[in-house]
Design a protein around this ligand. Structure first.
Ligand code: FPP
Length: 237
């Protein structure tokens, strides 16, 4: 056991560079997003192969509503279409699909598709794919703090009972372990409002490739980098 490489239990991914990938090829930005779906498939295959149990994809941030309407619509369409299309394969592979973020802002149709896929994949045991949709960390924290304040107001908890566990339990990610490894493609080195609380002790990896060029080999490279890191969690070895 001693020589086995550490494998992250949870990998969280900021899929960046779809637009640049498309532009470099003289294509529409939405074509970059379409190509990016194949990278999600490849990542899931590689994650399963190596025993990673949770993969979170930052698919749509609360800030993404500010993009041109045509791009937002194309992304919604793509997400719905992919989610429906991939369901049988995800079930076959034992992938459970979950989401984080505030889904209430999506259309009824999108919300129904998401609820359906969550329900149909609920028995998946090999890997949990978490889609961050209309998600941003500050928005998640804001919602959680309001819930906590309400619980205090109702007398359900005392202010001095608010500890880290209680805060974690209020977040959208309450049911999942914190990410061990955060990957952001296309060379940008920012968190962009993604899992701020949860990434407190995560390792970070920033490959240069744009998301549509991220594949199984790239994921394995990320695992190699992770295995070489020395995680101390603020302690001394
Ligand atoms: C960032 O690239 C990417 C996104 C905002 C969207 C990612 C979404 C997908 C790959 C499709 C998701 C599908 C499912 C089923 C969840 P960018 O557009 O910011 O690229 P740029 O920085 O080069 O402009």
């Amino acid at each position: 056991m001693k020589n086995e490489k550490p494998i992250p239990q949870h990998v969280a991914i900021i899929m960046d560079g779809n637009g640049r990938w498309a532009k470099q090829r003289g294509k529409e930005r939405s074509e970059g997003h379409i190509a990016g779906v194949e990278s999600i498939r490849a990542t899931l295959r590689a994650a399963q192969k190596h025993g990673v149990k949770y993969v979170t994809f930052y698919a749509f941030s609360t800030e993404n509503w500010g993009r041109p309407t045509a791009e937002v619509d194309a992304l919604m369409e793509l997400m719905c279409y992919s989610v429906i299309n991939e369901t049988p394969e995800l079930i076959k592979q034992g992938v459970r699909v979950r989401t984080i973020g505030d889904r209430s802002r999506f259309s009824e149709k999108v919300q129904q598709h998401l609820a359906k896929i969550e329900q149909e994949t609920a028995e998946g045991q090999t890997l949990t794919m978490i889609l961050a949709l209309n998600y941003s960390s500050r928005d998640e924290l804001r919602r959680s703090f309001r819930q906590l304040a309400e619980a205090v107001k109702q007398g359900e908890i005392q202010p001095e009972e608010i500890n880290e566990q209680r805060i974690s339990a209020m977040l959208d990610t309450a049911a999942y372990p914190d990410p061990d490894l955060v990957i952001r493609t296309s060379g940008e080195q920012r968190l962009s409002n993604f899992l701020l609380w949860q990434s407190a002790y995560a390792e970070f990896y920033f490959p240069e490739v744009h998301w549509p060029d991220f594949n199984e080999e790239e994921f394995e490279r990320a695992l190699e980098v992770y295995a070489g890191r020395d995680r101390r969690f603020g302690l001394v070895k």
